[in-house]
Design a protein around this ligand. Structure first.
Ligand code: ASP
Length: 357
């Protein structure tokens, strides 16, 4: 006899619903896709896949290159700090085959937050650890507690302080009323040992706080997929600000049956549309990676009623890799590129875009 519970399930017509997971056939190829800054990461990840590494191990090995590079001022060690001069990092990982994920947010003093995110996934019953708790967890797991602020990051932070003004044009961090009017001359006097190119860069990032992140997605020849996103987030942020990168469904999402997606750019806008999850769902329902990314960007634009002047103030890019090997990079505005490696050299490809400047 049918129990009341069985009756309720069948009465709800669940058997008639489309399958929650509509699987896409695998391509049989190794492919790695990442943001524009991922040439080295993609090459490393692909080499790892060829050597038989797990897809998550491969993408993490790839992005570790950016995390450990002091010259990459948007990821890991050497990332631009928060408004108090402290580097705070966000990262997330998703492992397709086991359908598990992990993340850390606002973590300080650890050079490779993607590795910590992986350990949150593997060694705890939680998905995300933040701030002090994340740092303590990392130290418990044997990570070294290190200052992540490089001299270049400290210079940029000081220059940012110099660039601020109150309503009357005053700033306590400049050298007073008698200072020459030209910012460049003043900076040169205050930082006489710093070369002009570095000073010009520091001024640029001060007046236009940069974002920057690496997202990396991998598919192996067995059809397994994983992804990682890691960042120092928005420069000069309020301490404790968390962007989209460590948020599963926003900065990263992987569904082993369909594909993966990730993002770089202004995280606040991405969080509001759960971009990566939206893209994977779009692909599940038949969109190509390109259509899926552009649809997510349209939602971002709609949040501003397509107001160009407002949308001009930020950029946001999405990357998608479908299980059958099709991929795309898409940006709100024309210009950005993304990286692909399917066996030979990493190559840059232009992102499709929603709007033209
Ligand atoms: N999405 C990152 C964040 O908002 C920053 C970036 O990708 O540039 O923290």
């Amino acid at each position: 006899m049918m129990s009341r519970r069985d009756w309720m399930w069948s009465a709800a017509g669940l058997s008639a619903l489309p399958a929650a997971r509509q699987a896409i056939a695998a391509s049989g190829k190794n492919i790695v896709v990442s943001s524009g800054n991922g040439a080295r990461a993609c090459a490393k990840a692909l080499e790892s896949l060829k050597a038989g590494a797990d897809t998550l191990d491969a993408v993490i090995a790839g992005v570790n290159i950016n995390e450990l590079d002091p010259e990459d001022t948007s990821v890991g060690y050497g990332g631009l700090p928060n408004e108090e001069g402290v580097v705070e990092l966000d990262a997330s990982v998703m492992h397709g085959p086991t359908r598990r994920c992990g993340a850390v947010a606002s973590i300080r003093n650890i050079k490779t937050p993607s590795n910590v995110a992986r350990l949150v996934m593997e060694q705890t019953d939680h998905v995300m650890l933040v701030g002090e708790g994340a740092l303590r967890f990392a130290k418990t797991m044997g990570f070294k507690d290190e200052n992540l602020l490089t001299e270049k990051g400290r210079l940029a932070w000081l220059v940012w302080k110099q660039s601020l003004r109150d309503a009357s044009g005053h700033n306590n961090w400049t050298d007073g009323l008698d200072a020459p009017a030209k910012a460049s001359a003043r900076l040169k006097r205050l930082f006489p040992d710093v070369d002009d190119e570095t000073l010009a860069w520091a001024w640029r990032v001060a007046v236009r706080p940069p974002t920057g992140t690496i997202n990396c997605l991998a598919l192996n020849s067995r059809g397994e997929m994983s992804g990682v996103t890691t960042t120092s987030g928005l420069a000069w942020k309020i301490p404790g600000r968390v962007g989209d990168s460590p948020i599963i469904g926003a900065g990263l999402y992987v569904d082993q049956d369909v594909g993966g997606a990730g993002s770089t750019g202004r995280g606040e806008e991405n969080i509001r549309v759960s971009g990566s999850h939206t893209i994977v769902e779009n692909m599940r329902h038949g969109m190509s990676p390109k259509e899926a990314c552009l649809d997510a960007l349209k939602r971002v634009a709609l949040n501003y009623n397509n107001d160009r002047a407002k949308l001009m103030q930020f950029d946001l890019s999405f990357y998608a890799l479908r299980k059958d090997g099709e991929y795309a990079g898409a940006a709100l505005w024309n210009g950005p590129k993304f990286t692909v490696n399917d066996g030979a050299e990493s190559r840059a490809e232009p992102c499709v875009h929603l709007m033209e400047r």
